[in-house]
Write a protein that binds this ligand. Structure first.
Ligand code: SF4
Length: 312
């Protein structure tokens, strides 16, 4: 048994060593560092650190049969006071799940902890702000557990387009209006007929419409696509425009789409403005087959017999 002075000295050396190795150290690495003659004293120190939760024990990712010791920050260790082995196991599963989180059924399958105990364990870890529950935008009824300080992955939060798991229509509408305005203004006032997605992203940030790094270029390009599909912007691709898409050699810039008034096909057909439509029926006195309006209209607007070889 080592003296208390020796234990204190080893404790501070071991703590410092683990601090410098945040990915953790194995028994073999500790033995190589301190020497075989210190192993018993190191085991004593490790037990003290494990009891006070300053050190957590993990299975090595390279060799699952090997144990690793990782240092835990002092304030974090206080949160673990009185935490038992089952609770530690649940914590470690949440930690391994990273930013994607883990479903309660998966925790249960990995631990075999009964449902009632698992529910209590999760509540305790949540109340100590060790873990948190997050709902995914793709499955709002399913809670995913992850470490309290972990930022959930975009697949879980839905990225910048979602606020509190709901699609943020107001934000997306505002963004679309601003983008169209930028493209219009650039063409009218600054003589820039085309803007690239990166030009627009810079303008959105410099105008304080979005904060820096809240939307990536790829995410903005998704919005640009919606504007193109809605007929508000048009893509312009030309190798001489000067802003290449990575790797493709193709340039994509945007210009305001020309206004397009679709014809009103209903009022342009005789039936759309027919005064006797109520009496018109196949086989009746007034019918599409004998309709003079229809015959005139077809003769004027489209000659089926000539263009398509159809006969009437
Ligand atoms: S087919 Fe002729 S008569 Fe019948 S509704 Fe159309 S225009 Fe009127």
């Amino acid at each position: 048994m080592s003296s208390s002075g020796e234990i204190d000295e080893l404790r501070s050396q071991l703590t410092e060593l683990l601090r410098k190795n945040p990915m953790g150290l194995t028994n073999g690495q500790l033995e190589r560092h301190f020497g075989a003659n210190k192993l018993l004293a190191i085991a004593q120190v490790l037990n003290i650190l494990l009891d006070s939760k300053r050190v957590h024990l993990y299975n090595s990712t390279e060799n699952p049969n090997e144990l690793m010791y990782k240092l835990v920050a002092e304030e974090q260790a206080q949160k673990f006071e009185g935490i038992g082995p089952d609770q530690m196991l649940v914590y470690q599963i949440c930690e391994r799940s990273g930013s994607k989180g883990v479903w309660i059924r998966d925790i249960k399958a990995q631990t075999n902890i009964p449902q009632h105990t698992l529910t209590k364990t999760l509540k305790l870890l949540e109340s100590r702000q060790i873990i948190k529950a997050v709902r995914s935008v793709t499955s709002k009824s399913r809670k995913l557990y992850m470490l309290f300080d972990t930022v959930p992955a975009k697949e879980i939060t839905g990225g910048p387009w979602y606020t509190d798991q709901e699609f943020d229509h107001a934000f997306v509408d505002e963004l679309q209006k601003s983008i169209v305005n930028f493209v219009k203004t650039a063409a009218k006032k600054h003589g820039e007929p085309f803007l690239s997605a990166s030009d627009i992203l810079n303008k959105l940030v410099s105008s304080n419409i979005i904060a820096l790094n809240t939307i990536s270029l790829d995410e903005l390009i998704l919005v640009m696509h919606t504007l193109v599909y809605d007929g508000k912007l048009e893509e312009v691709r030309n190798a001489s425009l000067g802003d290449h898409l990575a790797g493709s050699g193709t340039i994509i810039k945007y210009k305001v789409a020309k206004d397009y008034d679709p014809p009103n096909f209903l009022t342009e057909t005789p039936c759309g403005i027919c005064p006797v439509i109520a009496q018109c029926r196949e086989g009746g006195i007034i019918s599409p087959t004998t309709c003079v309006y229809m015959n005139d209209w077809l003769a004027i607007n489209y000659d089926f017999s000539e263009k398509n070889g159809l006969t009437w």
